[in-house]
Ligand binder design. Structure first.
Ligand code: LFR
Length: 468
């Protein structure tokens, strides 16, 4: 068969990349990185925001630099954040970063308008200050919102810039806390109760559907079709999980760690709500029943702080050292204390102190502490996901950047007492191109078949070590 190439534009909280997946009829897909760029949030007038102009320019440059022929382009990105557009489709400023402190105390305010039980019963989403619902409520009196005609989630914004097409892709819309999962449509009653315009977000569109050809100048790809993929990066990452059995748990490990199981139906029970689980919608009508765990953010922020303090650390050296240490103190990584940018080493030490644990002083001890703490949270969440959903779990797939961290993978296998299959690192881009290739007719089948196109050469297995 002729070779077909699909570009995944994958924007993460700390970096973006464009990866081209090539299919020539046989498995597996071949991935080729076209470009990679930093995504560095900026603070303007005290507000933490995404530098959307820089991101868009990087996407344009990256697409233009690709010299082959593309069958289509798909875009995925992090969830919950949105950009505002006026009636002419012009951007009304940068999207605010979900870690900005405008959401402090907001979930509690919203509780008094919509009961938590009811909101979970409608939206199925874990209560986190970062959710779109809380961000929008915090912004309800802003002048930007007053002059806005549309709100677009980040990948939908990039698709709009590429094609001019307006839509809210389903998987990412499900993370907002504003989607009625019983109808897979916007929860208009919730918008109204919160005093938000009900037509702010464009209508829901399905992953796998066409968004139209590229019309944007400066991309060198005018006319190439844009396909809506699982535009929530986690939705695409889980498509890219190389599962060989339905009985798997996943950890999509980047800036965040999304830990859970794939189900045919949501679990919106009181127990699930109390355990703060989310039912995120996936490709092909699947549900990711998961919890957001704080993830490598803790490590990224420690490294940033040490750099800022004039004591830059070499990560490989730290990880080697941390592997030699015995297990030490463990903190609750999901504490809101860690959510926003700050002096992470200090915050972790404070948390240890509060919990009456030994305080990790050296960077290497801190790294060991946060990796043990992540592994502990992964273990707890995998176990809860199984209990709350009744699903059996034989293996844990750890995908994303964290799959490169062999100490984290091993500690996870040890704590979960399950084998961990680590990789692919670029599962998100892979899931993105798999959905495009299927829409194009180059590959066929359901998720189980798509997953056969993962290159097993990219995987590494970690077995749990005996605990003495
Ligand atoms: C991962 C992710 C998570 C989401 C968080 C914030 O990149 O998309 O799924 O909860 O970022 O958007």
């Amino acid at each position: 068969a002729a070779r077909r190439s699909y570009a995944a534009v994958d924007l993460g909280a700390s970096s973006g990349r464009i990866i081209v997946g090539e299919f020539d009829g046989g498995a597996p897909a071949r991935l080729r990185e076209v470009c990679r760029f930093d995504n560095t949030p900026i603070r303007v007038d005290g507000v933490l925001q995404w530098d959307i102009v820089a991101l868009w320019s990087a996407v344009q440059d990256g697409l233009r630099s690709y010299d082959g022929e593309l069958a289509s382009i798909g875009v995925d990105s992090w969830a919950v954040d949105y950009a505002l557009l006026d009636g002419h489709g012009q951007l009304l400023g940068n999207p605010v970063h979900y870690r900005d402190d405008r959401t402090v105390g907001v979930p509690e305010e919203v509780d008094s308008l919509v009961a938590r039980e009811r909101l979970f019963g409608v939206t199925g989403i874990q209560r986190m200050p970062i959710n779109t619902i809380y961000q929008l409520y915090a912004a309800r009196h802003s002048s930007a919102l007053a002059s806005a005609r549309h709100a677009l989630l980040i990948p939908d914004l990039i698709v709009h810039r590429l094609t001019g097409s307006l839509g809210s892709e389903l998987t990412n819309a499900s993370t907002t806390g504003l989607l009625d999962q019983r109808r897979n449509d916007w929860a208009t009653a919730v918008f109204t109760t919160l005093g938000l315009p009900t037509d702010l977000f464009p209508p829901i569109v399905q992953p796998g559907s066409a968004a139209g050809p590229v019309t944007a100048e400066g991309t060198g790809q005018e006319g190439v079709p844009v396909v809506r993929v699982g535009s929530h990066d986690t939705a695409s990452a889980v498509v890219g999980v190389p599962a060989q059995t339905p009985d798997f748990a996943f950890i999509s490990c980047g800036t965040w760690s999304l830990v859970g199981v794939e189900l045919p139906e949501p679990v919106r029970t009181e127990e699930a709500r109390k355990a703060n689980f989310s039912n995120e919608l996936g490709v092909d009508g699947t549900v990711r029943f998961l919890r957001n765990v704080m993830g490598l953010w803790l490590l990224q922020e420690c490294l940033r702080q040490w750099q800022e303090d004039g004591h830059p650390q070499d990560l490989p050296t730290l990880l080697e050292g941390a592997a030699q240490l015995p297990a030490g103190p463990v903190v609750d990584v999901d504490s809101e204390a860690f959510l926003r940018p700050g002096d992470m080493p200090h915050l972790i030490r404070e948390e240890c102190q509060r919990a009456g644990q030994p305080v990790p002083e050296q960077p290497v001890q801190l790294v060991r502490c946060l990796l043990d703490s992540l592994a502990e949270s992964y273990h707890r969440t995998v176990r809860q996901a199984a209990t709350l959903s009744g699903k059996r779990i034989d293996v844990v797939h750890l995908v994303g950047g964290g799959a490169q961290n062999s100490l984290l993978c091993q500690l996870t296998a040890d704590r979960c007492e399950l084998p961990v299959i680590a990789g692919p690192v670029e599962a998100t881009a892979l899931g993105n191109v798999l959905v495009q290739a299927r829409a194009d007719g180059a590959i066929r089948g359901g998720l189980a078949e798509l997953r056969q196109h993962v290159d097993t050469g990219l995987l590494r297995r970690y077995d749990p070590r005996d605990r003495r």
